[in-house]
Design a binder for this molecule. Structure first.
Ligand code: ATP
Ligand code: MG
Ligand code: MG
Ligand code: MG
Length: 446
């Protein structure tokens, strides 16, 4: 999806707030409201305003690219599902009050999907019949609804939220594990590209057992779960190691390496094992945010849906599946929790709503306007996403708004610079500033 390459603040809808809104308890919620990214419509239900929408789409795109890279196919299933599907798996009753149940005009029971295992298994089972159809992975990025008891922290625990949910289909458990491993590494890459350190932690597999479930957790003081891990995991950088995703042994070795050191959420934590395995100076006890969860569940859904495949020997076997979720909208909050300062958000370039904020310190001054308009056009030609603060407002307002919305680079144009033939370039993250000719700033950012 192509986002508009450039906007003028004077004609944009970016309702920033000077003061902290009283309803927000944590920094990411506060900053998203102050930056005019979201607006609450009901408890846990939000509108995404232009700036928030841009970041949401950037995050979604990174998730998409990493799914496509491992050969998963994108589809789109509906938000509204028939209760029949869920009765078949037995989850219609199990899901309880978190499920939003709806009745249509014909008094048919429907629901707003909280996840899609049933639907995808029924789609797959209807059409795929043979070993030749697998291995297969499909995913979609779609709104979910869960009627959370306590929606809070803004989009972090919403009731309506955007999730990527992927599903794998394999002939046997061994092949299923390979699909799981590919997703596992794709997840590490996905989060790393957003500037996040997400630690895979062993998670509860429920009645199915096995070791194939991991939650991906980012550390943050405001996280809802308590987590325990080996410091080594914080130092690990997967993006520095190239790996051939088709080489199953290499993939397995990498998964083993990352899952070797101790890591567990409170539900799985074993203090004795933690102390035995991890030397005291490497023990990390912290709070974490669950930004993803992957799970291999074998024939849990293929059984009720009778999704069978014919093997090469003509035998009928139940398809082996896994599901792979990423909290796309929750990630906005997670990234802000991990990257901000007292002035506002600091977006990593990969998900920033714009790369450059062009700040005109004296709107209406012929020289300043000329340099800004020229740069605004040239950034667009160079394919650099730019937000141009062309408001007839005080410099202080522009500085604080642009710091607040966290665009990685600021190009500041004032009368003194125009006279001397330079602009000022400021890095939002480091605060470093330099003066250089406009063309040089352009070359540096293009
Ligand atoms: P949580 O433990 O936070 O309630 P979950 O374990 O119920 O999450 P999963 O069913 O594993 O969630 O869904 C996959 C991902 O969707 C989660 O890892 C999380 O990032 C995201 N997610 C789940 N519930 C919400 C929510 N209410 N608001 C925003 N994102 C959510
Ligand atoms: Mg939940
Ligand atoms: Mg959970
Ligand atoms: Mg989970």
């Amino acid at each position: 999806m192509r986002l508009s390459p450039a906007v003028r603040v004077s004609r944009y809808f970016m309702p920033t707030m000077r003061h902290d809104p009283s309803e927000a308890q944590i920094v990411s919620h506060r900053l998203m409201l102050r930056a005019g990214m979201i607006r609450q419509e009901s408890a846990g239900i939000y509108s995404w305003l232009p700036l928030g929408f841009r970041v949401l789409k950037k995050i979604e795109q990174i998730v998409r690219e990493e799914q496509d890279r491992i050969g998963a196919h994108e589809i789109l299933m509906p938000t509204i599902q028939s209760a029949d599907l869920w009765k078949k798996s037995g989850r219609y009753d199990d899901y309880g009050k978190e499920m939003l149940r709806i009745e249509d005009r014909h008094e048919r029971e429907m629901l707003y999907g909280p996840t899609n295992e049933e639907m995808i298994t029924s789609i797959f089972g209807d059409h795929a019949k043979s070993y030749k159809n697998v291995p297969l992975m499909m995913y979609h990025i779609q709104w979910k609804f869960r009627d959370e008891i306590r929606p809070r922290f803004g989009i972090m625990r919403g009731r309506e939220f955007l999730m990527k949910d992927g599903y794998s289909f394999d002939l046997d458990a061994e092949s299923g594990r390979k699909s799981y491993n590919k997703q596992f590494l794709a997840y590490l890459r996905t989060y790393a590209r957003m500037g996040l350190k997400a630690i895979p932690m062993a998670a509860d597999t429920g009645p199915i057992g096995g070791d194939l479930s991991h939650e991906f957790i980012i550390l943050a003081e405001t996280g809802e779960s308590e987590v325990f891990c080996d410091k080594a995991l914080l130092e690990f950088d997967l993006t520095k190691t190239a790996i051939d995703m088709d080489d199953a042994d290499a993939v397995q070795a990498m998964v083993d390496k990352v899952t070797g050191p101790y890591a567990a959420t409170d539900e799985q934590h074993d203090q004795t094992a933690f102390e035995a395995e991890v030397p005291e100076d490497r023990r990390v006890t912290a709070r974490g945010i669950e930004v993803g969860h992957i799970f291999f569940f074998g024939d849990k859904y293929s059984k009720p849906f009778d999704a069978k495949l014919t093997t090469a020997d003509g035998e009928q076997v139940l398809v082996q599946s896994g599901s792979y979720g990423v909290g796309v909208s929750r990630l906005l909050g997670g990234i802000i929790e991990a990257s901000h300062d007292e002035s506002g958000i600091i977006w990593p370039e990969s998900v920033a709503p714009f790369k450059v904020a062009l700040i005109n310190l004296r709107q209406g001054d012929e020289g300043c306007d000329g340099v800004c308009e020229d740069l605004y056009a040239k950034f667009q030609e160079a394919g650099v996403e730019v937000i141009y603060d062309d408001r007839d407002d005080r410099a202080g307002v522009k500085f604080s708004d642009m710091d607040l919305i966290g665009v990685p680079w600021q190009v500041i144009v004032g009368p003194k610079g125009v006279k001397g033939g330079f602009v000022e370039l400021k890095n939002r993250k480091t605060g470093d500033r330099e003066e250089l000719p406009a063309d040089a700033a352009l070359a540096k950012l293009a």
